[in-house]
Design a protein around this ligand. Structure first.
Ligand SMILES: C[S@@+](CC[C@H](N)C(=O)[O-])C[C@H]1O[C@@H](n2cnc3c(N)ncnc32)[C@H](O)[C@@H]1O
Length: 248
């Protein structure tokens, strides 16, 4: 695979999680970000642990297929690894990440990787959707939307979540996170995130969920969503929720 000359946030996260699917350009960007912010590995480990708890909780409701948006690198405790009985379709818009994901999942008959713009679910290859998320729209599924809200403005995020609500069957679950205002205290790091980056308060995020109804935990720091024991002590950088598609 040709080595990319631009870093990707997805592969930087793989670096912080201790994975092996990133390039020198990603490591350089990760180090530069840490110079401006501080250690990131504990924060992303806590976020990946939230993914694990959320996906296991969704699978425990009987859901056996997952559609993942802005999926990044499909390793290090990712969806098919924490729900090995389920089928999983990972999607992203970044061609390098998609090729990497396809290579990593090449031997799997339960998990696949393809192009998908979260803001337009019609961009997903119907054959892949049919294969890995069978009964999409008719059977409850898990929709995983992590690390993505920060890159969508309010209007786009609300419209996208509403489109997913309408397209998914009753009983479907959404796992979602958003960036808090943590980086406001680190202007140099904030500038590195680019002009499209959005930080939100829980009060500002809640209405964007539209008809998706959060579980009783509500919208909380990801470390506080059904923690296994005492919540990890990490900076409060990400909040999240698991929300349900009820009737109507
Ligand atoms: C911060 S990374 C998160 C990766 C992964 N979800 C995680 O939590 O480790 C954001 C990912 O979203 C992808 N992305 C950005 N805009 C997108 C869009 N409109 N639809 C789908 N993916 C998108 C990027 O290519 C990148 O891989």
């Amino acid at each position: 695979m040709v080595e990319p000359d631009q870093p990707s946030t997805a592969r930087m996260i793989d670096f912080w999680l201790g994975g092996t699917h990133h390039y020198p350009v990603d490591v350089a960007a990760a180090h530069a970000f840490e110079q401006a912010y501080g250690p990131c590995a504990p924060v992303f480990r806590a976020l990946r642990a939230f993914l694990g708890r959320a996906v296991r909780a969704i699978a425990a409701t009987g859901v056996d297929s997952f559609l993942v948006f802005g999926a990044g690198v499909p390793t290090m405790g990712n969806v098919h690894q924490v729900a090995p009985e389920a089928t999983v379709l990972y999607t992203d818009v970044d061609p390098v990440t998609i090729r990497l994901g396809q290579r990593l999942l090449a031997g799997s008959d339960r998990a696949g990787y393809g192009y998908g713009d979260a803001t337009d679910i019609g961009t997903i290859d119907p054959a892949l959707l049919h294969r890995f998320v069978p009964g999409w729209g008719r059977r409850p599924v898990g929709v995983v939307f992590l690390g993505l809200a920060a890159f969508l403005d309010d209007e786009t995020l609300a419209r996208t979540l509403d489109e997913l609500y309408r397209a998914s069957a009753v009983g479907s679950h959404l796992a979602i996170d958003f960036d808090t205002e943590e980086l406001a205290g680190h202007p140099e790091a904030l500038a590195m995130m680019g002009p499209a980056f959005r930080m939100r308060t829980p009060a500002a995020f809640a209405p964007l969920l539209g008809r998706w109804t959060p579980t009783s935990e509500g919208i909380v720091a990801v470390t506080h969503w059904r923690p296994d024991g005492a919540p990890e002590q990490v900076p409060d950088a990400f909040h999240g929720a698991v929300a349900v598609r009820s009737a109507g």
